[in-house]
Design a protein around this ligand. Structure first.
Ligand code: SF4
Length: 166
C-alpha cells in the first residue's frame, strides 16, 4: 500500500462523514440517529461527523422502508456520494419494510434499490447500536473489513442494547 493510500485509509477509518437519508421512516429511527450527536453518545468523539451534503459524505445511512416518492431521490443521493462509499440500513424498515411490508406505496426493502453493506437492526435501534454500525461501516470504508457480497450483508446483533425488531 502506498503512503497516500495508507493515509486515506486511516482518514476514512478515523473520520468518516455520514449523510442521513430518510426514505419514508416514521421518524423513530431518525430521532435515535440524532441522539448519536448529543453529548451523551457524542459520535463525533469517534471522529464520525454528520454531513449535510451527500457530495462530502463517505457513508449513507438510510432509514425507512423506501417509499415510491423517496426512491428516485435516494438513487440520486447515492450517485452524489463519491466512491468509495458504504451504505448503512438503519432499523428494521430498510431491512424488511417492517410493518409497512405489502403496502403499494413501498418499493423496499433497501437492498432492492442500493447495495447494503451494514444493517443496524431494531425498531428503532438504540444510539449505541447505531454508532457500532457506523464503526463497522468505517472499517469497511478503510478496507480493514471486507465488503459483503451483493445481497450477503447480515443483520448485525446491534449490541446488547438492541431492541427486538417487530
Ligand atoms: S424501524 Fe421502526 S422506528 Fe424505524 S422507521 Fe421503521 S417503524 Fe419507525
Amino acid at each position: 500500500m502506498s503512503i497516500l493510500s495508507s493515509i486515506m485509509s486511516t482518514a476514512r477509518r478515523r473520520s468518516p462523514w455520514v449523510f442521513h437519508a430518510n426514505a419514508g421512516s416514521c421518524n423513530g429511527c431518525d430521532i435515535e440517529f440524532m441522539a448519536c450527536l448529543t453529548p451523551r453518545y457524542d459520535m463525533e468523539q469517534l471522529g464520525i461527523r454528520h454531513e449535510a451534503s451527500p457530495r462530502h459524505a463517505d457513508i449513507i445511512v438510510v432509514s425507512g422502508p423506501v417509499t415510491r416518492t423517496t426512491c428516485e431521490a435516494l438513487e440520486t443521493v447515492y450517485g452524489q456520494v463519491p466512491d468509495p462509499k458504504v451504505v448503512v440500513a438503519l432499523g428494521s424498515c430498510p431491512a424488511s419494510c417492517n410493518v409497512f411490508a405489502g403496502s403499494p406505496t413501498i418499493v423496499g426493502p433497501l437492498d432492492r434499490i442500493l447495495p447494503v453493506d451494514v444493517y443496524v437492526p431494531g425498531c428503532p435501534p438504540r444510539p449505541d447500536a447505531i454508532i457500532a454500525g457506523l464503526v463497522e461501516a468505517a472499517a469497511i470504508l478503510a478496507g480493514d473489513k471486507p465488503r459483503p457480497a451483493p445481497g450477503a450483508a447480515q443483520l448485525g446483533t446491534g449490541g446488547a442494547a438492541d431492541r427486538t425488531p417487530r
